[in-house]
Design a binder for this molecule. Structure first.
Ligand code: ATP
Ligand code: MG
Length: 357
């Protein structure tokens, strides 16, 4: 019996379609090598470009396809100078996150070559941790508030719910259990100052009791920024509030080569979106020089997330192919100081993949 995985492909705006094309190409090359597994791709137009054409950045047909899919591969959506008439950002990825209740942003950070990190004395695999970001509440619970510029003050609230904290902490422990590392989860908080963080910590500690095989620790967010730079090898899985996670994930990407190297997955109980951590990068769109690695590594995450031995094998092979190509520091796109185009680096990965599968 063949298991068919329905994969919705949303290229989106800017470099989004350029990088998703590369991931889809590699997945199509992998497919014939797998037994009992097939991929069915279903592409939809979404984002600012679609909004300008048809007035809806996330048309109902695209959303329905997402809801009925096994996974969603997303490039990037949004452009800095196009907004809704009310001034709000066109960010259908946030609508998707909300509608599909994708509460955990999972961002693996991995160093492939010493030349890619600004840190001294770190080589391949020596920076290797996962940041899990709560994606539905926290400080961003106030993101719909409008600033009253004539008022004497402006406030945003932090919202931590028992359900929200519990499920994301549980996700982090489960990620740690699956990894072949230290089996440690670090809660990144600010419990010395904020009552919401004392509450978050309390729930984290409760969840930790269900995972006696995994070490649990607390680190203040300010200290964690220092530790990520000073001794990133001490982290295995980190879990944190929405905005702390937003900030720390850019710092983390900077440790391993920048936004073009940072994959991510937005995961819920029923659905998941796999997308690079970066945005649509309109400054380099259409030039064929976008770095597809973050997108390709997001596809690796998708293959691992499907609960299937064959796709896990494919994920491992695609990861190994990326690692093999990046082991030669001249195989880099311009954002990382190299000369390869988007398709040239994908060609190299495609060749390495043939050996890895
Ligand atoms: P967002 O608001 O969606 O987070 P952003 O404003 O942070 O977006 P990005 O698009 O993520 O901006 O990236 C910032 C810059 O980094 C881009 O303008 C581009 O120059 C560079 N960049 C990002 N991703 C890539 C990539 N995959 N390849 C090459 N350069 C990239
Ligand atoms: Mg950004």
């Amino acid at each position: 019996m063949t298991k068919t995985y329905k994969i919705v492909v949303l290229g989106g705006d800017g470099i989004g379609p350029e990088v998703t094309d590369q991931a889809v190409r590699l997945l199509k090359e992998i497919q014939p090598q797998l037994s009992g597994v097939a991929f069915e791709f279903d592409e939809h137009s979404v984002g600012v470009g679609e909004y300008q054409k048809n007035g809806d950045a996330l048309p109902e047909t695209a959303f329905e396809a997402c809801r009925n899919s096994d996974a969603i591969l997303l490039g990037a959506m949004g452009l800095p100078n196009v907004r809704y008439p009310n001034g709000k950002e066109i960010a259908p990825q946030l609508d998707l996150r909300e509608k599909l209740d994708l509460y955990g942003g999972v961002r693996p950070i991995e160093l492939f070559h010493e030349a890619d990190t600004p840190l001294k004395n770190y080589g391949p695999g020596e920076i290797d941790f996962v940041l899990v970001r709560e994606s539905t509440e926290g400080i961003f619970a106030g993101r719909d508030a409008v600033a009253d510029l004539d008022a004497d003050e402006s406030l945003n609230i932090i919202r931590i719910t028992r359900k929200g904290a519990e499920r994301v902490c549980r996700m982090a422990f489960e990620v740690a259990r699956k990894r072949d590392k230290a089996k440690k989860v670090s809660l990144i908080d600010k419990a010395n100052v904020l009552s919401t963080m004392v509450y978050f910590r309390h729930i984290f500690d409760e969840v930790a009791k269900d995972f006696p095989d995994i070490t649990a620790e607390h680190v203040y967010v300010d200290a964690s920024a220092l530790f990520m730079v000073r001794r990133p090898h001490d982290f295995d899985v980190m879990v944190t509030e929405n905005m702390f996670g937003d900030i720390l994930s850019d710092l983390a990407a900077g440790l391993v080569g920048g936004m073009g190297m940072a994959p991510s997955a937005d995961i819920g109980d029923k659905a998941a979106v796999f997308q690079p951590s970066h945005g649509s990068a309109p400054d380099i769109a259409g030039q064929g020089i976008a770095n597809p690695i973050a997108m390709i590594l997001s596809a690796v995450m998708m293959l691992q997330w499907f609960d299937n031995d064959e796709t896990r094998r494919a994920g491992a092979a695609l990861h190994a192919a990326v690692a093999r190509v990046l082991s030669d520091p001249s195989n880099r796109t311009p954002d990382m100081g190299g000369k390869l185009s988007t398709t040239q680096i994908t060609d190299a990965i495609s060749i390495a993949l043939k050996d890895a599968l």
